[in-house]
Design a protein around this ligand. Structure first.
Ligand SMILES: Cc1cc2nc3c(=O)[nH]c(=O)nc-3n(C[C@H](O)[C@H](O)[C@H](O)COP(=O)(O)OP(=O)(O)OC[C@H]3O[C@@H](n4cnc5c(N)ncnc54)[C@H](O)[C@@H]3O)c2cc1C
Length: 455
């Protein structure tokens, strides 16, 4: 595929175009059939997966009674939340309302915390004492951060000294204040998480955005990414951006591998940004919040600001509902995301085990649509169509430097498998205009994606 075609196709594939395509491809039901196939569907978790599922259930069959149970009155979107750290976005701009789901789509939104499940009687139990009956239940509980994974780290430390901010909220605001107030020439350490985790390019985008910000406001600052991995998705295109923008020298093996395809700059000195991967001792052993130290396998780093993105597992709700296996995530029948552990329950989004699909908002949205369709068809007693899923993750290496990974997935021998070929990424020889366009697409995606999920 030509570069321009590829950029154009990925730019449109993630927007409302897909959503409209999905409805017309599946087809809304005529009223008589819809009524006959109606039932009660409860969705728990009003994040990306849950909100998309609730909306598309109603779009596919308006006669369904759909109740969305969410503990917070307003959703704080994680995607795009690193832009609060460099002042591109405000905390308030992350807030998303459930009003359109209620008024435009007829979803009943119940603000309450789910505490349990009676799978035999098919009731969801909430903190306020309600028992909400269902025929089918879709759960999209997101992730839980494992704060105790590193010696010296805890939720309390994250709240007060070394924030994570991977679930946006108070910690995001604290981290923004710490970074923007860091002393001149200070050191910012970002601890990247092990696989699998929410938003694979996200930690590296965050490091890039802060390096760009420091270059203007704190030009002698250092940014050190310590990593328990040796590679990450979009690593070549992201590090090419770092090389061009921040004086970053790629590790020799990357430089050698990429040299035939792109000209890399060789910088004298270490540059503002460094990446210490697993093979160079990037694994964290412990942290000391009082002395602001991070001890890795290679060294003890004295820091001024520390952002720890800890290991993750399925959201606590998934465990309390009995949806989690030994891996810490939720096993599902890949055809329709039905839980392998509890009947009539479906688990989507970050919490589910989805093989090659990354834990991203785009994936959660795509899974929600195919699962909503499967539920509608099952309630109507019809066969469920063969699912196809997509994911596109845009990321910024700088404000005007956009990169992406774009994939399509199908079932192959019962596993969710990537079926597109090698052309997944922004090409290494992309022109400056294509790179700038990538950044525009990222900003457009934030807007159109939020509309597709919540509006
Ligand atoms: C910095 C950052 C950048 C990102 N950028 C991108 C990006 O560019 N593109 C992309 O595709 N993805 C991105 N993501 C990832 C994306 O935000 C997540 O993958 C997505 O939100 C997952 O959706 P979900 O429905 O699984 O979980 P969530 O969106 O977290 O939703 C879970 C919901 O469940 C609710 N809940 C939990 N327990 C209960 C309970 N007991 N009772 C009631 N409600 C409950 C929570 O309150 C929450 O609203 C990014 C994430 C981060 C942190």
């Amino acid at each position: 595929m030509k570069r321009r075609q590829f950029l154009q196709s990925t730019a449109t594939s993630c927007t409302a175009t897909w959503a409209l395509g999905a409805i017309s491809a599946f087809g809304a039901m005529d009223p008589a059939r819809a009524q006959a196939a109606a039932g009660r569907v409860v969705v728990i978790g009003g994040g990306v997966g849950g909100a998309t599922a609730a909306k598309y259930l109603k779009l596919f069959n308006p006669a369904l009674q759909v109740t969305l149970i969410e503990r917070n009155a307003t959703y704080v979107r994680p995607y795009g939340s690193s832009e609060v750290l460099n002042g591109h976005a405000s905390m308030a701009s992350l807030d998303v309302s459930y009003d359109a789901l209620r008024s435009r789509h007829g979803v009943q939104v119940l603000i309450d915390t789910v505490t349990g499940l009676d799978a035999t009687r098919r009731h969801v139990i909430t903190a306020s004492g309600q028992r909400v009956p269902y025929d089918k239940l879709i759960v999209s509980p997101g992730i839980e951060l494992m704060y105790s994974a590193y010696e010296g780290y805890s939720e309390q430390v994250a709240r007060t000294a070394m924030p994570s901010g991977w679930i946006p909220g108070e910690q995001t605001a604290l981290l923004a204040r710490q970074l923007q107030g860091m002393r001149q020439g200070g050191t910012f350490v970002l601890v990247a998480p092990p696989n699998p985790y929410r938003c694979p390019p996200g930690p590296y985008e965050r490091a890039a955005l802060m390096t760009e910000w420091f270059r203007r406001h704190n030009p002698t600052a250092k940014v050190i990414v310590v990593d328990p991995k040796d590679s990450f998705v979009t690593d070549e295109t992201m590090m090419l951006g770092w090389n061009r923008l921040y004086g970053f020298n790629l590790p020799d093996d990357y430089a050698k591998r990429m040299a035939p395809r792109v000209e890399l700059q060789r910088h004298a000195g270490p540059g503002m940004l460094s990446w210490v991967r697993a093979q160079d001792g990037g694994r964290v052993l412990k942290v000391d919040a009082k002395r602001m130290r991070v001890e890795t396998e290679a060294e003890v780093i004295q820091a001024d600001v520390v952002n720890i993105i800890p290991p993750m597992r399925a959201g606590a709700l998934a465990r309390s509902l009995g949806l989690v296996d030994k891996s810490g995530w939720c096993p599902v029948d890949r055809r329709n995301f039905a839980s392998s552990l509890v009947p009539d329950v479906y688990v989507i989004g970050d919490a589910s085990i989805a093989d090659a699909m990354p834990k991203s908002g785009y994936s959660a949205n795509s899974q929600a649509k195919t699962t909503a369709r499967a539920v509608v068809e099952q309630l109507a007693g019809r066969p469920v169509p063969e699912p196809v899923w997509e994911n596109t993750c845009y990321a910024l290496a700088g404000k005007d430097y956009g990169i992406f990974v774009a994939d399509v997935f199908r079932l192959v021998e019962g596993r969710i498998t990537r079926i597109n070929g090698a052309a997944r990424y922004l090409p290494l020889d992309a022109t400056p205009t294509q790179i700038r366009l990538g950044a525009r697409y990222q900003q457009a995606w934030l807007r159109t994606f939020t509309e597709d999920v919540f509006a």
